[in-house]
Design a protein around this ligand. Structure first.
Ligand SMILES: [Ca+2]
Ligand SMILES: [Ca+2]
Length: 251
């Protein structure tokens, strides 16, 4: 600290410019701005794309770089992928099947296999009186749903105008209030980038609510008859960028 202060005093003295000899001259480094010598690595420079195989056992083995804050305190999301699967992790009190109303609470994971093109479903199915409207440019081809009492999980496919349950079910495992899902990338076709948006609801009559959406500023928790989702994650399977890199946030 002392030497930093001394430097500041020295620089302040120089900046007064009382003597022409103290003015910066070409090649004089005293007043030269600091310049980084090494250019920062650009995305894709000699870096392998993200590949992280999660063991679907209910025990959190996601990296810190795969974690996301949500709209709710006490809830966080995790997303990563490898060559064969997209992996989701969710932690928070209502993921525990012993939680109040667990049989009427859901975790939803909507997936857009051509993010930005706005193809597919522009909004989610209604559960009781709540549904979600997807972010700008996001049109869902699929959504995974997990019932918080642990009774089942399915993958739903959009076949306009309806949704149909896929023969492919997500792999699921839970321990305490943490759940992991694996969705085979085969259901995305040839997509190398998918959009992902997640949220949770309680569909219980008179107790409906929406919460724990991926990206803390995605929406405001509460009863949402037409939830406006505003953000999604672009999971680019060809990119070395960490899943939670802010550059992956869309639109
Ligand atoms: Ca695990
Ligand atoms: Ca789409």
């Amino acid at each position: 600290m002392r030497s930093a202060l001394a430097t500041l005093v020295f620089l302040a003295a120089c900046s007064r410019g009382t003597s022409p000899n103290l003015d910066a001259a070409p090649g004089d480094r005293r007043d030269a701005p600091e310049v980084a010598v090494d250019a920062p690595a650009l995305p894709g420079d000699d870096l392998a794309p993200v590949r992280h195989t999660i063991v679907v056992d209910g025990i959190d083995d996601f990296f810190a770089s795969e974690q996301f804050a949500t709209t709710s305190n006490g809830y966080d999301a995790r997303v990563t992928w490898d060559e064969t699967h997209l992996y989701l992790g969710y932690g928070g009190p209502d993921l525990d099947p012993a939680a109040l109303d667990a049989a009427s609470k859901w975790l939803f994971v909507a997936i857009d296999v051509d993010p930005g093109a706005a193809t597919g479903a522009a909004q989610s199915l209604a559960y009781n009186t709540q549904h979600a409207v997807f972010p700008a440019g996001f049109g869902a081809e699929l959504y995974a749903r997990y019932k918080c009492d642990g009774s089942f999980a399915t993958l739903e496919q959009f076949a306009a105008p309806d949704w149909m349950t896929s023969a492919t079910a997500p792999q699921v495992a839970r321990s305490g209030s943490f759940v992991e899902l694996a969705i085979p990338r085969a259901v995305f076709g040839t997509a190398t980038t998918v959009g992902v948006v997640t949220w949770m609801i309680n569909e219980k009559p008179d107790f409906e609510g929406t919460f724990a959406g991926l990206y803390a500023g995605n929406f405001t928790d509460g009863y949402q008859p037409a939830l406006a989702l505003t953000k999604y994650l672009r999971a680019d399977f060809t990119s070395p960028r960490a899943p939670n890199d802010p550059l992956n946030q869309a639109p």
